[in-house]
Design a protein around this ligand. Structure first.
Ligand code: PMP
Length: 457
């Protein structure tokens, strides 16, 4: 029986990214409040938010400083915009701060409200730039199978997941997908990580040549792939991809929407993974998700092309009502200030070995085919047969069942197919990391018992 609130939910809301049919039976988990790394449901039960919401609430819950800065900015100037030459202090300061901390030289910052909008903007800016540079044929953008870049029309096209394309008539034209850099799943038998990386770089080059380098504009990559199942590219991957992109003048975009702001143990994920992108998408932890914000950090070469085009055609015709919203920008600025003041990234770096050791130990569990991760993000992939890596039938919903057991244990984890992920708030303590993995371990044991009872192997 669904509670009154749950029934009202089912009758009124379309839930994003939800099995709409199954949801009518189960109803929602209604969360009411949060404190630190914990959230509490409407019955008062506590959960460790092991996914930082959706990979985003880095400072956890109940951060009074963020609340206060939002209140102050709301009282002072709740809204103005950046259209047509207007501006305001929080947006200027935030852009300055981002330029200062960016891992590669950045000329300007464009603000939007989400990761999807950031990546849509990337696509449009690449097209705009290449028109400005007088190469109107150079428009194709290469993403990767299992990439996640969002759900708006262009960013969902960049996303390389079937559910985001099927029945939506996507991807749109000019978006291509190259191989997924997941060694466990896609390497040939006996192929080393390095050999696998070389093969992927060769495949990328073949794709560029087959399409015609004069038609290929950009390549986009998450440093570590998130919603595709937490996939860490093999050793030497980005160092082998980089010369291929350079050879054909293919613009390199990093999607730092998850990896940005400390997740991998440095402020940005790109240097951790050996990437030298030209432009960068940001969102999520930029404001610790207290308010929605996204952005694109643009290099000088792109800005100059835009400037030239604007001289010719006039207005740069792109921007959102809430681009650089003053309250959001003030909260983001305070978030960055807290990261720096509290040396949050330094603290995370000290805890990463604890997180990764507990994660790695799960590889011994009979259900776990691979335990993988980087920094403060990880996943276990559940398999029917460890030796052959045989997957469960997706219809059996083994990953979802494991996440449900975790929730029952008091841990919010996320199942992406049969990969169960953790991406906790960066403010988590060592004791809470241990507690989180204890709960996941119990959830795995319960899943194993359920798999045996139901004879799912
Ligand atoms: N890029 C990446 C790497 C993401 O993980 C996400 C969201 N999970 C997005 C883009 C899209 O962000 P949003 O949901 O804010 O549109």
């Amino acid at each position: 029986m669904l509670s009154n609130l749950a029934t009202r939910d089912v009758e009124t809301l379309i839930h994003p990214y939800t099995n709409l049919a199954g949801f009518r039976e189960t109803g929602p988990l209604v969360l009411e409040r949060g404190e630190g790394v914990r959230v509490y449901d409407s019955e008062g039960k506590a959960y460790i938010e092991g996914m930082a919401g959706l990979w985003c609430t880095s400072l956890g819950y109940g951060n009074a400083e963020l609340v206060e800065v939002a209140r102050e900015q709301m009282a002072k100037l709740p809204f103005t915009h950046l259209f047509g030459g207007k501006s305001h202090d929080p947006a200027i300061e935030l852009a300055e701060k981002l330029k200062e901390i960016a891992p590669v030289p950045i000329s300007k910052v464009f603000f939007c409200n989400s990761g999807s909008e950031a990546n849509d903007t990337q696509v449009k800016l690449v097209w705009y730039m290449n028109n400005a540079l007088g190469r109107p044929k150079k428009k194709k953008i290469i993403s990767r199978i299992k990439a996640y870049h969002g759900v708006t029309v262009a960013s969902a096209s960049l996303t390389g997941l079937v559910n985001n394309h099927r029945d939506f008539d996507l991807p749109i034209a000019n978006i291509l997908h190259t191989a997924c850099p997941h060694h466990y799943r896609f390497a040939e038998p006996g192929e080393t990580e390095e050999d696998f990386a070389s093969r992927l770089a060769t495949e990328l080059e073949r794709m560029i040549l087959a399409e015609g380098p004069e038609t290929v504009a950009a390549f986009i990559a998450e440093p570590v792939m998130g919603a595709g199942g937490v996939i860490v590219p093999p050793a030497t991957y980005y160092e082998k991809i980089a010369p291929v992109l350079a050879r054909y003048d293919v613009f390199f975009i990093a999607d730092e929407v998850i990896c940005g702001f400390g997740r991998l143990g440095e402020m940005f994920g790109s240097p951790v993974m050996g990437m030298k992108p030209q432009s960068i998408s940001i969102a999520k932890a930029l404001s610790s998700a207290y308010l929605p914000i996204g952005g694109v950090m643009v290099p000088e070469v792109m800005y100059q092309a835009m400037l030239d085009e604007s001289r010719k055609i006039g207005t740069f015709g792109h921007g959102f009502t809430y681009s650089g919203h003053p309250v959001t920008a003030a909260v983001a600025l305070k978030t960055l200030e807290i990261y720096e003041r509290d040396d949050l990234v330094g603290k995370v770096r000290k805890l990463i070995p604890v997180f990764q050791k507990r994660l790695g130990a799960l590889a011994d569990h009979p259900l776990v085919g691979e335990a993988r991760g980087k920094g403060f993000v990880g996943a276990v992939e559940l398999v029917a047969d460890k030796a052959t890596k045989r997957a469960f039938d997706p219809k059996q919903g083994v990953g979802a069942r494991c996440a449900a057991f975790a929730q029952d244990e008091g841990l919010i984890a996320r199942a992406m197919g049969d990969a169960v992920a953790l991406c906790p708030p960066l403010v988590i303590t060592e004791a809470e990391v241990e507690e989180m993995f204890d709960m996941l371990g119990r959830a795995l044991d319960r899943t194993e018992a359920w798999v045996a009872k139901e004879r799912l192997r």
